[in-house]
Design a protein around this ligand. Structure first.
Ligand SMILES: [Zn+2]
Length: 127
């Protein structure tokens, strides 16, 4: 039986699903992650119960890594009129807050932040 290595929290947006799956496959994670696809990914991380869901994955499957994957033109943020780098900067605040909360509660977890452009480029941010 393959162990679960990671929990992935990304957006539900249909436009990003295949790119996210491909990126995870390239990282060797196929079949080794719990997958949470919810509006805005880590936006409102605590208030919308996302922290609790990631911790559910942690307790059930003993994950070592968490991936927070946000994307350009996210409907949950309604920032689509802004330049993409501003969208990224705004979303990054939420990603970093979520990463900080996770690491405070589970210092052994590795948390990775990534942002997907709609042209298919995935950029990993240093957390
Ligand atoms: Zn979205």
């Amino acid at each position: 039986m393959t162990a679960c290595k990671a929990c992935v929290l990304t957006c539900m947006d249909f436009r990003i699903q295949s790119a996210v799956a491909n990126w995870l496959r390239e990282r060797g994670l196929s079949g080794k992650y719990d997958y949470l696809a919810l509006p805005g990914a880590s936006r409102n991380f605590v208030a919308e119960g996302k922290l609790a869901l990631v911790e559910y994955s942690y307790r059930l499957h003993h994950i070592q890594e968490v991936y927070l994957v946000h994307h350009e033109d996210c409907g949950a943020y309604s920032l689509g009129d802004l330049p993409v780098e501003e969208q990224l900067a705004r979303q990054r605040q939420d990603m970093e807050l979520a990463a900080r909360l996770l690491k405070e509660r589970h210092p052994e977890l590795k948390v990775y932040l990534a942002f997907l452009y709609l042209d298919g480029r995935m950029v990993e941010l240093t957390g």
